[in-house]
Design a protein around this ligand. Sequence first.
Ligand code: NOJ
Ligand code: MG
Length: 560
Amino acid sequence: MTSLQTPPPDTGTAEHAWWRHGVIYQVYIRSFADSDGDGIGDLGGIRSRLSYLRDLGVDAVWITPFYPSPMADGGYDVADYRDIEPVFGTLGDAEALVREAHELGLHVLIDIVPNHSSDQHEWFQAALRAAPGSPERERYIFRPGRGPAGALPPNDWESVFGGPAWQRVADGDWYLHLFAPQQPDFNWENAEVVEDFHRTLRFWLDRGVDGFRIDVANSLKKDRALPDLGDFDQDLLEAHSGPHHPIWDRDAVHEVYRGWRLVLEEYDGERAFVAEAWVRDAERLALYVRPDELHTAFNFDYLRAAWDAEELRATIDSCLATTGAVGAPTTWVLSNHDVTRHATRYARLDSTAGGVGEGERAGPDTPLDLELGLRRARAAALLTLALPGSAYLYQGEELGLPEVLDLPEDVLQDPIWARSGHRERGRDGCRVPLPWSTDGPSLGFGTGKAWLPQPADWGSRSVAAQQDDPGSTLELYRAALAVRRGTPAFGEGPMSWIDSPAGTLAFERQPPEGAGSRVVCLVNLSDRPVPLPAYDVVLLASGPLDHPGTLPPDTTVWLR
Ligand code: NOJ
Ligand code: MG
């Protein structure tokens, strides 16, 4: 153990572990804050804004990959799992960040990317130098091709980013890459791969991190025979996967996480895993959070649900039931660095139109009502923060930022843009650097030009512009997080639905015995005002309550 270990923040008893009910703020490092003027966010930038996160009132930060990387996929192409990308800083900066976060009472989750490395990883470089069939190639998934002279890919799998999932190397062998060609998939049947990831987990746990977000956690164990997909769905985001799917969510993947759990248990404190697993069936997702595996998994059904009372209610029920059955808490998330920001999703005139994924982003021509989107986003935030379980916020949602739909084509960096033959613009629109101040070269993001241009009107959406304005989205989030923290009923306990008019959601949260009053959350997703139930105090509302006793459309209220 190194001297860098700092005690993590006090977490109370195991049953009340922070990760069961905490609010975790996702930092997309390239776009959060830039400390050295190169236009790219970095560790120094995060350190300089830790007090902002503490004042916002979150419990933890999750930082997207900060490892050495050629950035073929924004850092999800890792060249060395146990070091820091120089553009982002040094190992010393990362250690200081963990220490300073802990001093402020913030936990730190880091991203781990086990499905694939960068093609610049020393193991992949060694594999390229070695011969077909060599132990070096066994750490990845190399195969001969099909057809005359092996000129055709070994099977029909497609890359999530478009095009075939196979790339041919100079000696004629092919290797698998479920994502970009610069992201070769590891062979998780290989013991060296398993051991090396244990070593990486310990490396960062020794440096005091409180846990890991696991990238594409459901893809590690492919069917060893690598059969054609045939009738199976290719689409990562939409596939109904399960034990028979050759790629996604096979039963064997759980072995990996049982091993990871044992590594984590070597360490003290409340440390936790959260799985990114796009698994469509709630029962299958719950398998990842069994007591000897991961602690939590993102619940993407909630993020995918339309702004519709019935659909949301059914989703909430199924998520609570399935994770509850294995004793795990549920996670709630509305946005992240891969999907259209929810202020824009909810601005679609038909809120059920279009999905969240790369291929379904609203283009510049889709009719949008951004004022409506923001109103709903604010209402959705109060719904999310009233539900039992942990909640994830994506940087900038506290400012009400919309997706940037009109980035010039020549600045687009997401590999999806090139791999789709310029048909899909990809995910850059939710990755535009944050506006911190009302003016300056990159609106306070840094001192230089930001790596993606910010819209001209983002100064008015900046932290400085919203700070202390009681009607702003930033102040709504601050108030919500303060009320959540100070209200025992919002803790881990259960929720129960209460009767409410059509098109609304209403539920009650009960405090633990003798710890304060019950709270009611009422969300109006209909297009007309609805009466408020009897209450003592309005704790918070997502918009003005101009007509006493009624809740306007697209508004949420918390009542005591
Ligand atoms: C999921 C990450 O969130 C995404 O940004 C990345 O492109 C893929 N996994 C591949 O690592
Ligand atoms: Mg920088």
